[in-house]
Design a protein around this ligand. Structure first.
Ligand SMILES: [Zn+2]
Length: 449
């Protein structure tokens, strides 16, 4: 337009059309109806006064370019080629790009390093295959069942153990549990020895070790009810005398004893009464699992009785919740609390006033640890698989809905049976409880005196 204006005294209002060569390709954009801005709209009146026909000629074939590109014409304004008018920093990153967080990338780093190491050790792996029953699962990588084979590389092997032992949601489990957790995902010869050595050398474990056999407390196993549903029988307990954290100093633990062993950890205050506990139960357990039929507690009978009355009162129901008062430990809930305390000690040793923030993760960790008796995790018995956090992706890990429905009943029955047998053996094989006779001399354990 500027060129037309410059020659307007010759070009305006001609009867013969004037042919205009242009290398401005963008003008072709306006051949279609477009919403135009005020600048282009301003041209329109001026343009109406010319009788012109445009012909696009690319820059390379346009002879007129030589004139307009004379170096002495450049002046203080260089050619505005490749000018980014709105550079990146003008744009809001959060809105212009969608960032996808790829969960697989967490584990895939380790997995891909292990797979890469396998490539280099093909002859060895082929030699291992018949003796250790290895197979090429996806056609290229060696597996032992569902577990990826890790070749002799200490960094990789330590990486695997670290993932299942040191990780924030792994919680420094003991040797047997760590092994149980690793075996579905990774395998190598003498895995057990390697794991044992690793954990024996784990400084965190050494610092926070719990003595689980201080004085062999008497065992009064609670036999699970047949075909129990999740949270039909619950054991409630309190972990007290904790340092203040977010206004809390006590943890209420609620465990489904007969079906899945799933535990729920709720921060609370030591002054909480039965009404307060009923409210916590209402908020944290009822929406998921409904009302319990039986409550096991080592708190005084009145407390549990008031709690169940209060719960029924809030829900406006008339139901008998039976109570089992266990002044002595039943072993299971005691171990749950030890697990929780150990876990919290590991992760909160530097910030004792922040344990309440770790409780949800502690709950996940506890529920994803396989039981020594049943070999299943509480999650397995509740929903038939363990939700994944730090574990690597394996296609075979999550069963289909159909498989879940078929196997969940079997798994629960098998677990109950295993639990019963284990309890029988505790009593038969290790009669640790010898009643005291009047007049016997005893040593008192001073911790709680
Ligand atoms: Zn450890």
């Amino acid at each position: 337009m500027c060129g037309l204006c410059c020659w307007s005294h010759l070009l305006k209002g001609t009867t013969t059309p004037v042919l205009v060569f242009t290398d401005h390709a963008n003008l072709r954009y306006y051949r279609e109806p477009r919403k135009i801005g005020p600048r282009v709209a301003g041209y329109l009146l001026e343009r109406e006064q010319y009788n012109i026909i445009l012909e696009y000629k690319p820059g390379a074939t346009n002879r007129a370019d030589a004139l307009s590109r004379r170096p002495d014409y450049e002046g203080p304004n260089p050619i505005n080629d490749d000018v980014t008018v709105w550079p990146d920093h003008y744009f809001c990153n959060n809105h212009t790009s969608i960032r996808v967080f790829d969960m697989d990338s967490i584990s895939d780093n380790l997995d891909s390093r292990i797979k890469l190491a396998q490539y280099k050790e093909q002859p060895l792996l082929k030699k291992w295959a018949p003796t250790h029953n290895l197979s090429l699962l996806d056609g290229t990588h060696w597996y032992h069942g569902t577990a990826l084979v890790v070749v002799a590389d200490n960094t990789l092997r330590r990486g695997v153990i670290s993932l299942f032992h040191d990780h924030v949601t792994a919680g420094h489990t003991r040797i047997t549990k760590t092994l149980q957790l690793i075996t579905p995902y990774y395998w190598w010869p003498n895995l057990k020895t390697f794991v044992t050595e690793y954990i024996k050398g784990c400084a965190t474990c050494q610092m926070t070790k719990v003595n689980t056999h201080p004085t062999h407390p008497p065992m009064f196993p609670i036999t699970p009810a047949d075909n129990a549903r999740p949270f039909e029988t619950v054991a409630m307990d309190f972990i007290t005398k904790l340092p203040q954290s977010g206004g809390f100093d006590t943890i209420l633990t609620i465990m489904d004893t007969d079906c899945s062993k799933v535990s729920i950890f709720i921060p609370c205050h030591k002054t909480i009464d039965s009404e307060g506990v009923a409210l916590l139960y209402l908020n944290h357990v009822i929406p998921h699992y409904g009302i319990p039929r039986k409550i096991i507690s080592d708190r005084d009978v009145h407390f549990v009785s008031k709690f169940s009355t209060e719960l029924c009162h809030i829900l406006n129901i008339h139901q008998n919740i039976s109570m089992a008062y266990h002044p002595q430990t039943d072993g299971a809930s005691e171990r749950t609390n030890q697990t929780l305390e150990q876990y919290l000690r590991v992760f909160c040793r530097t910030q004792q006033n922040n344990w309440h923030a770790w409780l949800p993760l502690a709950q996940y960790t506890k529920n994803s640890w396989p039981s020594a008796t049943t070999k299943k995790t509480p999650y397995d018995l509740l929903i038939r698989y363990t939700p994944q956090v730090h574990q690597p992706t394996r296609k075979t890990t999550i069963p289909s809905l159909e498989q879940r429905l078929l196997s969940i009943e079997e798994a629960r029955k098998a677990a109950q049976e295993a639990q019963r047998k284990a309890q029988e053996s505790w009593i038969k094989e290790k009669p640790r409880y010898v009643p005291f006779a009047v007049g016997s001399k005893v040593w008192l354990e001073g911790t709680n005196l």
